[in-house]
Design a binder for this molecule. Structure first.
Ligand code: PDD
Length: 291
């Protein structure tokens, strides 16, 4: 079942040996893979164990055999940062696919997973973290297993693109009237001094920064209520914020055409941002919240 030698690539006919992308790769053909995005501050990983644990959970859920143990991948990721002499703020993208094999929906036999990871410079966006961002709302049209950090991100990509076209930072997703998460982050509503967010279920990604937020809330004695809030609750919210490894704890000051409260980041969001900066050992010159 091997393929004939001449392939169409863009608008040219090219010998298959001269094609410089892995066209028979399951990540590329089926989105058959999982990934992680991990934050680095001053050359040090933030929440590395949490990300590695989630990578293993995602891989197990889609039956991909990872070619390393948790300890081994953590060591490899540490070496990646060392070899690039990273001492500033950055992020690592790590991807694992089921492997390379002739296209067939059924899993191929005896293939090895394909793994790659790279580091990219990523300074903190102090302006947005200080002043907040606007978002749109969109229907959540994704599958039921969003707890798997899979490469199948087309609905997320489309929602985020729509947000950008509306001049916004993110898209808040909702299903049956209830907010699930954003296209690439978790989302929270603050009302009467309490934080509300969608419970940990299969239909949202279990964010690593979300775990930090829960921990900070407990330390700060702010109730953290894992109950979904409705799209209508947004209009009367005291504060709204989102979290992710790249966005950190980001205030949301406008949703569609509604300003949230006075249109400025709220006090609970700021307390959580301060806790984050302490937890991630952000140096004082790069802090949003100056005590
Ligand atoms: N996205 N929900 C979704 C759908 C996400 O894609 C992400 C992260 C999160 C937050 O997870 P964490 O706190 O572990 O970063 C929630 C990454 C940053 C991305 O795909 O680029």
């Amino acid at each position: 079942m091997s393929i004939y030698p001449i392939m169409l690539s863009q608008t040219k006919f090219v010998h298959r040996d001269n094609i410089n992308y892995p066209f028979e790769e399951r990540g590329l053909q089926f989105g058959d893979g999982v990934y992680e995005v991990i934050r680095i501050y001053n050359g040090n990983y933030y929440l590395l164990n949490e990300h590695v644990t989630r990578l293993f959970r995602s891989a197990e859920a889609v039956k991909i055999n990872l070619p390393f143990t948790k300890e081994e991948v953590s060591k490899l990721l540490a070496e990646l940062v060392e070899k690039n002499d990273i001492t500033t703020d950055a992020k690592v993208y790590l991807q694992v696919t089921r492997g390379s094999a002739p296209r067939d929906h059924v899993f191929p036999n005896n293939v090895e997973a394909n793994v790659y990871a790279y580091v990219q410079h990523l300074p903190r966006n102090l302006d947005l973290l200080k002043n907040g961002v606007s978002t749109i709302t969109r229907r959540d049209t994704r599958w039921e297993n969003c707890y798997i950090k899979s490469l199948n991100l087309l609905p997320n990509v489309l929602a985020k693109q729509e947000a950008k076209e509306q001049g916004c930072y993110e898209a808040i997703l909702h299903k049956d009237g209830f907010v699930t998460e954003c296209s690439a982050s978790n989302v929270y509503l603050v009302k009467d001094g309490k934080i509300h967010t969608h419970p940990i279920r299969k239909n949202i990604l279990h964010g690593c920064v979300r775990m930090s937020v829960e921990r900070f809330a407990t330390d700060l004695k702010i109730p953290f209520i894992e109950e979904g809030f409705s799209i209508d609750d947004i209009t009367t919210a005291d504060e709204i914020f989102l979290t992710s490894s790249t966005s950190e704890i980001m205030p949301i000051v406008q949703v569609d055409s509604n300003l949230i409260a006075d249109g400025k980041p709220g006090s609970i969001t700021k307390q959580l941002q301060a806790a984050y900066e302490a937890d991630a050992h952000i140096s004082s010159t790069k802090k949003v919240i100056v005590n």
